[in-house]
Design a protein around this ligand. Structure first.
Ligand code: NAI
Length: 482
């Protein structure tokens, strides 16, 4: 990259390959393409400056170019150090009409294999708009809440007039964030306060990020309204479940090529992600054991035919372990010490604290060895090895390419509609956390039926009256669970 260019990707010469895969993905993303057509004339996002922090994949490229097609300007970072597809990032930076020598696309700051310092630098770049009066975006599109977190922490420390000392950091990553905010406070003590004042809202992609938003709202610290995209039915009941059903085993296969049939797989957590993971492992012929803390989900797993056990009771029998909880400390170093030789351990939840990697590194005499990027063996002093995928970070994006286009079209159509809602109707959304109205959820599903040859039955007016709905929907009350 030339120094004067306002983006940073691994290799611009990958743009042509990226553009070809984007073209294939567009065909598999009918929801996004229909939204482009529907809103082309209206340009509802004209004037929007959207900062995105979401895995920089081929599918995300189609999302970014949809936002641009609706009038938005966009800056982007990935939300994970391993999840960027470098050819997709290059194609977005070059743009559909640019060339590697004359890039004309969207400023993207993302490459596969960032350090934690680089990761947070990229997030800061995506949030820093050189030509905006406030220097920032007026919309955020987040996945896991890191962009939102940086703004909120920045404002908190600017109010306090100081950033806690790096010595108080709870982790390496926390230290990086404190270091970054110490620098920005010195450079511009109003940077985040000014920037946040103009943000109309954030649309959040995932369970973990949504959890953070509800916590901030409960504590009275949320600075702008948010739409919880995750809990659109056409997001969490599709992406989290059917997406992981596809991309979990894709990640395990690309990382290890181990035969899954006949093996014992332990899935920790049986929420939407756990349900998809367990199903795909069983479909490959694995014997699947589920662990849960919630009696409802545990009962669901049992009724679906899985053994439900505690990790400590099956840790010596498992060949493959997958954490899907969004919770911390699920597999500890002491658990890994008890596993079989060459047990495979991976996480598909949003953050890397589900598997205690820091504890593993501290086991006396343990040796870490790289088989290939994102695949490591850890050899215990007795010679037993375990295989850890993506250093405990989400393995479907670290070891494979994340969810395929069709399911992401559902998620990202929700994202786009949520951006339009918050950007165009700020008066209707005082600071709070919202879900999209059900008619938009049904619209997203409807946009994906033709591609699968689905012929939907139409309600007759008497039938609609009998069950108390409109012929055009919504068809279910808000409390319906699908
Ligand atoms: P969820 O809330 O539906 O499911 C999590 C489940 O884990 C719950 O049923 C909960 O009871 C269970 N759990 C919590 N602590 C546990 C423990 N100590 N032991 C066993 N089970 C435990 O959440 P969802 O939607 O399934 O998401 C899970 C995680 O995956 C989140 O971090 C989310 O952000 C992430 N995610 C990752 C995706 C990917 O592509 N890698 C896609 C979608 C979500």
């Amino acid at each position: 990259n030339r120094q004067d260019q306002d983006f940073k990707v691994a290799d611009l010469s990958l743009a042509e390959f990226g553009r070809k895969e984007i073209a294939l993905a567009e065909h598999e993303m009918p929801g996004l393409m229909a939204i482009r057509e529907e809103y082309a004339a209206q340009q509802p996002l004209a004037g929007a400056r959207i900062t995105g922090s979401l895995h920089m994949t081929v599918q995300t490229a189609v999302l970014i170019e949809t936002l641009v097609a609706l009038g938005a300007r966009v800056r982007w970072a990935s939300c994970n150090i391993f999840s960027t597809q470098d050819h997709a990032a290059a194609a977005v930076a070059v743009g559909p009409n640019g060339t590697p020598d004359n890039p004309q696309g969207v400023p993207v700051f993302a490459w596969k294999g960032e350090t934690l310092e680089e990761y947070w630098w990229c997030t800061e770049q995506a949030l820093t708009w050189p030509d905006a009066t406030t220097g920032g975006p007026n919309m955020i599109l987040d996945d896991g809440g890191d962009a939102t977190l940086l703004v909120h922490k920045g404002v908190e420390y600017e109010k306090a007039g100081e950033v806690p000392s790096v010595d108080t950091a709870e982790s390496e990553e926390h230290a990086v964030i404190l270091g970054l905010l110490t620098r920005t406070l010195a450079e511009n003590p109003q940077k985040w306060t000014n920037l946040s004042a103009e943000i109309r809202g954030v649309t959040e992609e995932t369970t973990t990020g949504v959890h953070r938003l509800y916590e901030m709202h409960r504590d009275g610290t949320l600075l702008f309204p948010a739409i919880n995209v995750n809990d659109a039915v056409t997001k969490s009941k599709f992406d989290n479940k059917y997406g992981c059903r596809h991309s979990l085993i894709d990640g395990i296969n690309r990382a290890t090529d181990v035969l899954i049939g006949g093996k014992t797989a332990v899935v920790c957590g049986y929420g939407d992600v756990g349900k998809g993971c367990a199903e795909s492992l069983r479909a490959q012929g694995a014997r699947v054991v589920v662990t849960e803390i919630d009696p409802i989900c545990a009962l669901q797993a049992a009724m679906d035919g899985y053994q439900v056990a505690r990790l400590e009771d099956v840790v010596e029998q498992g060949d493959i372990f997958v954490t899907t909880t969004g919770n911390r400390d699920i597999i500890l170093a002491a658990d890994m010490a008890r596993m079989k030789h060459q047990a495979i351990v991976g996480n598909i939840g949003h953050f890397d604290n589900e598997i205690d990697m820091a504890g593993l590194a501290k086991v006396p005499g343990i040796v870490k060895d790289e088989v290939k990027p994102q695949v490591h063996t850890w050899t215990f002093p007795d010679g037993k090895k375990i295989i850890v995928l993506s250093e405990g970070r989400l393995l479907n994006l670290g070891n494979a390419t994340g969810h395929p286009s069709f399911v992401m079209s559902n998620s990202f159509t929700n994202q786009t509609l949520a951006q339009i809602e918050l950007y165009t109707k700020p008066d209707q959304y005082p600071t709070d956390v919202y879900v999209l109205p059900k008619h938009l959820d049904e619209k997203v599903a409807r946009l994906h039926l033709d591609a699968l040859g689905v012929r939907l039955t139409e309600l007759r007016p008497e039938q609609a009256a009998y069950i108390g709905v409109e012929v055009a929907g919504p068809y279910k009350p808000d409390h319906y669970r699908y």
